[in-house]
Design a binder for this molecule. Sequence first.
Ligand code: RUQ
Ligand code: CUA
Length: 635
Amino acid sequence: MKRWIVLSLAGVVALGLASQLPGCTASRGGSGAAAAQKVYVKPGEHDTYYAFLSGGHHGNVYVYGMPSCRHITTIPVFTPEPAVGYGVDEESKVMLGGFSWGDAHHPGLSETDGDYDGRWLFINDMPNARIARIDLKDFKTRQIFGPIPNLSAAHACPFPTPNTEYVFAASRFSAPVPNRYVKVEDYAKEFRGIIAGVKVDPKDGTMSMGFEILMPPFNWDLADAGKGPSHGWEFFTCYNSEMGFDSLEVKASQAEMDFVAAVDWRAAQKAVDEGKAKMISGVPVLDPQQVKGIAYLIPVPKSPHGVDVNPSGEYICASGKLQADVSVYSYAKMKAAIDGGKFDGDRMGVPVLKYEDVLEATVPVGLGPLHTQFDDKGNAYTSLFLDSQIAKWKVGPPWQVVDKIDVYYSIGHLMASEGDTRHPTGEYVVALDKLSKDRYLNVGPTHPEAAQLIDLRGPKMELLYDFPTYLEPHYAQMIKAEKLKPITVYPMVENHKPGAIRTAEEARIERKGNRVDVYGLVVRTHFTPDIVRVNEGDDVYFHWTNLEQDDDIAHGFGILWSSCNMQVEPGETKTMRWKAARPGITPFYCSNFCSALHQEMQGYIEVSPRGTPVAAVQRPAPEKTAEVAALLKTE
Ligand code: RUQ
Ligand code: CUA
């Protein structure tokens, strides 16, 4: 987005909107000791919120505690994380599907009745059109769905519906559907946008394909789910309704209006169930030219970015980023216009509603409005990218700005505490700034990103704290800590992994051809077996079970001269493949500090020359198993 600043700033000036600059507000840089007290969480005490920040093109999720703004952990999602073996062990390697990169923009907490329920966190990988599900029981990525067929980049994604019935994805870049060779110049004729509805299993969160809708080849940008009266709808913004295919920074800003697409996802699913879809690349795709009543277009001035539904579900707020207003649409008016068949033509079969018929109000917030979040007192907070401010405004007449605060600098998203649910808590908002410039010690040409905690509890917004983040949060969500009850160990009784063993007697090395399976145990502070004998050329699969049932006692398994390392948490079994490339001795060791004798936790792989006779099964000597049994008893 950084390049965009310069270009769109030029655009705004050219549009003469600079004259609408709101009166400037004095900067509030936090009030020292009083502000410090509001973020201070005593050593040993816990924060009241978890905040999940997307990791952008770092491809993962950062977890912070709020209000202390302490970075607690990073959850690997789309990018390998060698420290824990994510993308290295067999299971996560398969889940990553051969990709070593993702661009994660928008975390979406699962909801029940429009409020966060603390079960799962979904997040998109925009370029590879994937959605990941993180289980908040153990903060682990458990499913990566996609690449979703026909979809070129999932930016408007995942934005779950109020009961997590669906997560969505819409194509930011249009492409031919199905993808095939065409001339880019045939864009308007051959390219299409796609809106995809991905079903979520209510019991375990498993994602599966629901439907796709063929849309005009606009750039589909952001989304939000309807709630309350608008439950059943999902809203998507777009830019480039001009259908430019080059020099978009100029060509996609020509039209007065772009659109919000309103999708009736129940109607779409019903149409698929009734067989009205055509299969494209294995996915049921609905074409609005043939299937009516699934999608509508609402005009929005000037290349909107965010779209956000207010807590009551009555209003849909969209911000033309080259505008100085938020356009607020009424769901009731939209529904009346649809029911009355009041359309202004269509775009490729998608009926267009009239702007005046649906608009409730415009709120003059300031320059470069991007995203809006809400509090519990009927206020909205809109990030202003060009003004580097947050505008607080009243949802409802007289639709006016009531406060503004400077942020440092160039805010993209903002995250209010539970601020996109039916019941925001109204305590904090975090500004997710794109440029930190001079806010931190200089670390060379690439500065950290900047986030800023702002108190919403008083009549005026108050800046409390600055904290740097690594590249590059977009959206984030903040949930009351008490809603999450993460486990601290995996109960051994629930470990049904095929490679799992429970006793030292079961430890063994099995050979079939040149595949060798090592079934082993890790406990403080011993690998069983700790001598592994294989032949040159063997494919060795290590299955380690960590029998510990104590908090925070993870063991590592790192093999010298390789990229093989992983962490095995208490009660877990993990499998890793290692190739015995040449004869010789290869040490392995526990890479995760686990106890006073952690340094002694090691072993050797003895690789004999190709063809050396070896037993089909090797077991540790009885005195060894007795030793381990004794270790387990002292546990
Ligand atoms: S987008 S700010 Cu995914 Cu708003 Cu970046
Ligand atoms: Cu086990 Cu260190």
